[in-house]
Design a protein around this ligand. Structure first.
Ligand SMILES: NC(=O)C1=CN([C@@H]2O[C@H](COP(=O)(O)OP(=O)(O)OC[C@H]3O[C@@H](n4cnc5c(N)ncnc54)[C@H](O)[C@@H]3O)[C@@H](O)[C@H]2O)C=CC1
Ligand SMILES: O=C(O)[C@H]1O[C@H](OP(=O)(O)OP(=O)(O)OC[C@H]2O[C@@H](n3ccc(=O)[nH]c3=O)[C@H](O)[C@@H]2O)[C@H](O)[C@@H](O)[C@@H]1O
Length: 451
């Protein structure tokens, strides 16, 4: 195999993959249909926040191993291995994944390929996609060019994208082509040399491993959040509960942090797309539990809105400070962000909402321009009637009452991520609420699900 790789689609996944492959010593060409993104990447400017990636991008633009283009023809002529990393968002008004980007990318690529090559799907797709694309690709055999296909789903987490790509937990490759496995074992030789498991399987298993992993993670989060609804009613400490069950290493503590729930460009749309696909296959009941997972998750947002409203005695004209709008810390991604959703709903309910996120203000303002975006935490909480911590950036984990109490109008705080100490805040005279915490002065069960 030659050493020239292309990455089609240079968003969060593709830009990371491209820079990481250059780091591994390959010549890489990144391709996107968005000329603004390509201009910015070509200048060495990452169009989103991802720790460690700007350095890698610049390093390999300088080394000459990493270039970007909008030309799929250039990619077709350049690459030996082509990674597909375009988006598979939720279809408007439906649960199913929108496959138009993958289909368009693959068909433009096969038309542009000028010599034997391997196409490797990395995007998260409904099971059956690779087999469908394979028949499309096989039609091109008539040109005397051999194009192999493999599906190699990606498990990176935003905020840890570089390390997850260079040091993955496992590699999963679905293909019926021994040549494709040989090529990918070369691409991933570095990780394989560190004994990273390389799971060679078929298309369907590879596609399903990806959505099964995300569905499991979403289930873990909603599982603990369902118990948070119980402790909100009956009392108890959701963090201790998570610690205690997490000590059973069959369960594990990770992804048991109760709070405002999961968001982002992946978990929510992936559990919906999985249900839609499995129903399409005639298994209507099989993944129905994922609807409950989704609903538990969305009810956490209702709960934060309710707590704010209850503390304020109505939203109209009240000043709310929202700390964090990214869907998680160390990211500027606000796709399906629980925090931003809550902020927007409080605004719609009549509150004046001041918002501060260390990295996501600009993306948030594009979606909801009418919130009051602040460039510091202090500015956001000034004059606040209630402070909401909705994304657990380190800056907010480090928050203490003394740091902000001279700035706020009312000493009331809602910890939407379970990262603050109730006793510390209450002993400083604050009214403290958290997800999973019973509010002592209000009755229990009537709160659930109420907005
Ligand atoms: N963001 C993440 O952390 C991860 C994402 N994934 C999966 O990777 C895929 C991509 O996700 P993101 O990078 O987050 O999406 P994104 O929206 O950030 O990037 C997708 C990119 O593809 C480009 N694109 C669309 N059609 C194209 C075409 N025909 N040719 C070339 N470029 C095209 C878009 O302009 C965009 O820049 C999705 O299937 C997602 O589920 C998987 C693991 C992690
Ligand atoms: O398919 C994808 O794109 C990726 O989706 C997730 O990664 P990511 O969306 O970057 O973020 P996570 O760290 O999984 O967090 C997802 C959401 O769950 C929330 N979460 C996470 C953990 C937890 O205990 N509680 C909780 O509410 C986070 O705040 C965040 O909103 C998976 O973790 C990755 O393995 C996968 O590759």
């Amino acid at each position: 195999m030659g050493k020239r790789l292309t990455v089609i689609g240079t968003g969060y996944l593709g830009a990371t993959h491209a820079a990481a492959m250059a780091e591994l010593g390959f010549e890489v060409l990144g391709v996107d249909v968005d000329p603004k993104k390509i201009d910015s990447l070509s200048r060495g400017e990452l169009p989103f926040h991802e720790p460690g990636l700007p350095e890698l991008l610049l390093k390999h633009i300088d080394s000459g191993r990493l270039r970007f283009t909008t030309s799929i023809e250039e990619a077709g002529a350049f690459g030996d291995v082509h990674f597909i990393a375009v988006g598979t968002p939720q279809r408007a008004g439906e649960d199913a994944a929108d496959m138009t980007y993958v289909d368009a990318a693959v068909s433009s690529l096969v038309n542009a390929i000028t010599r034997d090559a391997l196409i490797v799907g990395k995007s998260t797709v409904p099971v059956g996609t690779a087999r469908r694309l394979k028949s499309l690709i096989d039609e091109f055999k008539a040109r005397g060019i051999e194009i192999d296909l493999a599906w190699n789903p990606e498990f990176l987490r935003e905020g840890f994208a570089v390390q997850d790509t260079l040091r993955p937990d496992r590699l999963v490759v679905g293909t019926d082509s021994p040549k494709a496995h040989a090529a990918l074992r070369e691409v991933y030789a570095d990780a394989i040399s560190r004994e990273t498991p390389y799971i060679a399987t078929d298309f369907e298993t590879a596609e399903l491993v990806k959505v099964a992993a995300n569905a499991f993670l979403a289930t873990k989060i909603s599982f603990i959040n369902a118990f948070a609804e119980v402790t909100e009613t009956v009392g108890g400490d959701i963090r201790t509960l998570a610690d205690a069950i997490g000590l059973d290493n069959r369960i594990g503590r990770r992804f048991l942090n109760a709070g405002v729930g999961f968001g982002g460009g992946c978990l929510p749309k992936d559990i919906r797309a999985l249900q839609a696909r499995v129903s399409e296959l005639g298994l209507d009941r099989t993944m129905r539990f994922l609807s409950e997972i989704d609903e538990i998750n969305l009810r956490r947002r209702d709960r934060v809105v309710y707590l704010a409203e209850e503390l304020l005695g109505g939203l109209e004209g009240k000043r709310v400070a929202v700390l964090g709008t990214a869907f998680k810390p160390n990211s500027d991604d606000v796709r399906d962000s629980p925090a931003l959703d809550v902020a927007a709903r409080l605004f719609s309910g009549g509150a004046e909402v001041s918002v501060y996120d260390p990295k996501a203000n600009a993306n948030s303002a594009q979606r909801f321009p009418r919130l009051n975006y602040c460039s510091t935490l202090a500015e956001a909480v000034s004059g606040a009637d209630v402070v909401l911590v909705l994304t657990e950036w380190q800056e907010f984990r480090d928050l203490h009452p003394q740091g902000i109490q001279s700035l706020v109008n009312n000493k009331q705080i809602v910890d939407g991520r379970n990262v603050l100490g109730k006793d510390e805040w209450e002993s400083a005279g604050w009214t403290f609420r958290a997800l999973g915490l019973r509010s002592s002065d209000v009755p229990g069960t009537s709160l659930l699900g109420v907005t």
